[in-house]
Design a protein around this ligand. Structure first.
Ligand code: S3P
Length: 258
């Protein structure tokens, strides 16, 4: 058996080789991204990641390391996705829209696809205050909630490169619209009043709809809010009758100006 010093030297040399190739790989990844951007090809492609994983595991001489190699490569690809999205979208992506238009679902999907952290403002408020949105409305009224909401938005915008999922009332205040406009690209999610009603009718977490859960009420509120929603948004995407994955791809394409 080789002695400890010799083995350590061997490992150091191998690490240098690994880093050299890793650097080359990263450069190639960024070139591929640039190529896709210019040719307007889809940037994030789950199928390709699976292929890479299978290929590297197949190429192993010692299959005992299959599990670790899978882990290592999943991480490498996660890091690549993160780096690509930092290059492509050097700003926050804020999702706005009426309750029930899919902001949280789409934020989760975008967050995975782009490897960007996701801040849900309502969750953040509940964590900061230690009580639910419903209880905040009961204790401080809607005006109180709106003040707390603006503070949470200010905190979120101070962070770097995040997906920010905004409560449905955020775009109503001019102050909030200005904060959003300065620090992020704003995506408006739209859905018909009928699908919103269908999605929310059994939900009792939204104080504004608690005693007003009717299609008519939703239609009116939507109409009142529409102008503020449009004013703040850089792009608009409908979520009706579409798959989550397709909506995220559509947002990415539109953010790339396609
Ligand atoms: C509100 C929307 C809710 C929450 C609060 C008020 C609104 O968030 O912030 O109940 O005024 O539209 P979601 O849009 O995430 O449901």
């Amino acid at each position: 058996m080789k002695d400890l010093e010799t083995l350590r030297k061997e490992i150091d040399q191998l690490d240098q080789e690994i880093v050299k190739y890793y650097e080359k790989r990263m450069e190639a990844v960024l070139q591929v991204m640039e190529f896709k951007r210019q040719k307007r090809l889809p940037i994030f492609h789950g199928g390709r990641e699976k292929q890479v994983l299978n290929r590297v595991v197949e190429s192993l001489e010692n299959k005992d390391f299959a599990q670790e190699t899978r882990l290592l490569y999943s991480e490498i690809m996660r890091i690549s996705r993160k780096r690509q999205s930092q290059e492509l979208f050097p700003f926050h992506i804020a999702l706005v829209g009426f309750m029930g238009t899919g902001k949280s679902t789409i934020s989760a999907s975008l967050s995975e696809m782009l490897e960007m952290e996701w801040i849900d403002l309502d969750d953040k408020i509940e964590r900061n205050m230690g009580i639910t949105i419903k209880q905040i409305f009961e204790k401080y009224g809607e005006d109180g909630f709106r003040r707390i909401e603006t503070e949470a938005l200010k905190e979120a915008i101070e962070e770097n490169h995040k997906i920010i999922s905004c409560g449905g009332g955020i775009p109503l205040k001019e102050e909030n619209r200005e904060i959003l406009k300065k620090g992020s690209k704003v995506v408006l999610l739209q859905a018909s009043s009928t699908s919103i009603y269908q999605r929310l009718k059994d939900d009792d977490t939204r104080p504004l709809l608690k005693d007003n859960m009717t299609l008519q009420y939703i239609e009116n509120l939507l109409r009142q809010r529409e102008e503020s929603y449009i004013k703040v948004s850089d792009l608009v995407v409908s979520t009706d009758e579409k798959e989550v994955n397709d909506i995220s791809m559509e947002i990415i394409d539109k953010l790339l100006g396609r």
